[in-house]
Design a protein around this ligand. Structure first.
Ligand SMILES: Cc1cc2nc3c(=O)[nH]c(=O)nc-3n(C[C@H](O)[C@H](O)[C@H](O)COP(=O)(O)O)c2cc1C
Length: 249
């Protein structure tokens, strides 16, 4: 069975019929052919997207650590994509260093493409720096384009997890993470925050998602370790979810 959005997404607003029809066809094929085992015909490689906006590179550093953790899980396929700035060119030019860091990030990371591409993923790790306690508009703008996907339930039962970076000690870590998780819940995603599911979570990040108090220095090693753990955990849980979806009980 191929990896297409209708099988990976589960039963959405579109209805369960496409999904079950496809599973039934795969079951029949598995029974009919002694060579194609049920396991091989159902084996799905989870696809994970780490999608972030970053202006000065701190959130990008967390995204790298998250991707590293996710890639440490066998069989997980991980894409990392940046979101471009929304500010007008004149605004970008007026802030020292903005144009340079934008060019650096554009050179280092592939910029995310058409919104329809989101449907192919099984899990989303969405990150943005805080802007006055909530996610930066660049990430919100991508989320705000998911209407057609929402409408057909294409993101229902996909795994979702959030991360952010914040300049000051209590400058909005948790409120920003929840600002990202609220639309995830609305889209019907299965939220997988890291919690305190590993000892590294007692030293860095937050139980709601990877975060860092960046100041001028950027994420420290403890926050990066927590971010790696979040990536690993999300990849593991996504493996369980996609495996369960691919079996017709
Ligand atoms: C318009 C604006 C609003 C911000 N609001 C906050 C804030 O409320 N609290 C805070 O601690 N940092 C705030 N920051 C700082 C950034 O969120 C922080 O430096 C972040 O780590 C930058 O991430 P980046 O390097 O990925 O762009 C703000 C920055 C800007 C430009």
């Amino acid at each position: 069975m191929g990896r297409n959005p209708s099988s990976a997404g589960g039963a959405g607003r579109r209805g369960a019929t496409d999904y079950t029809a496809e599973i039934d066809a795969a079951d029949r094929a598995a029974v009919a052919s002694p060579i194609v085992s049920r396991t091989s015909s159902h084996c799905i490689m989870p696809k994970i997207l780490v999608l972030f906006y970053s202006r000065t590179g701190h959130t990008a550093a967390l995204a790298d650590a998250i991707a590293e953790g996710a890639r440490s899980v066998r069989f997980a396929e991980v894409d990392v994509r940046r979101i471009d700035d929304l500010a007008p060119p004149a605004t970008i030019a007026s802030v020292p260093g903005w144009a340079e860091s934008r060019a650096e990030l554009a050179a280092k990371y592939q910029t995310h493409g058409p919104i329809e591409e989101l449907a192919q993923y099984d899990a989303f790790l969405l990150g943005a720096p805080t802007r006055y306690g909530i996610m930066a508009a660049e990430l919100k703008n991508v989320i705000d384009q998911t209407g057609p996907l929402w409408n057909r339930g294409a993101l229902v039962n996909k795994v979702g997890s959030a991360f952010t970076s914040v300049a000051t000690a209590h400058g909005g870590h948790e409120t920003t993470l929840w600002s990202i998780m609220t639309p995830m819940a609305n889209l019907g995603m299965i939220l997988v925050p890291p919690g305190y599911s590993d000892p590294v979570m007692f030293a860095g990040g937050s139980p709601y998602g990877a975060t860092a108090t960046t100041g001028a220095a950027g994420p420290n090693e403890k926050d990066l370790a927590a971010a790696r753990h979040q990536g690993r955990r999300v990849a593991e849980v996504t493996g369980w979810v996609t495996h369960a979806k691919s079996h017709h009980h």
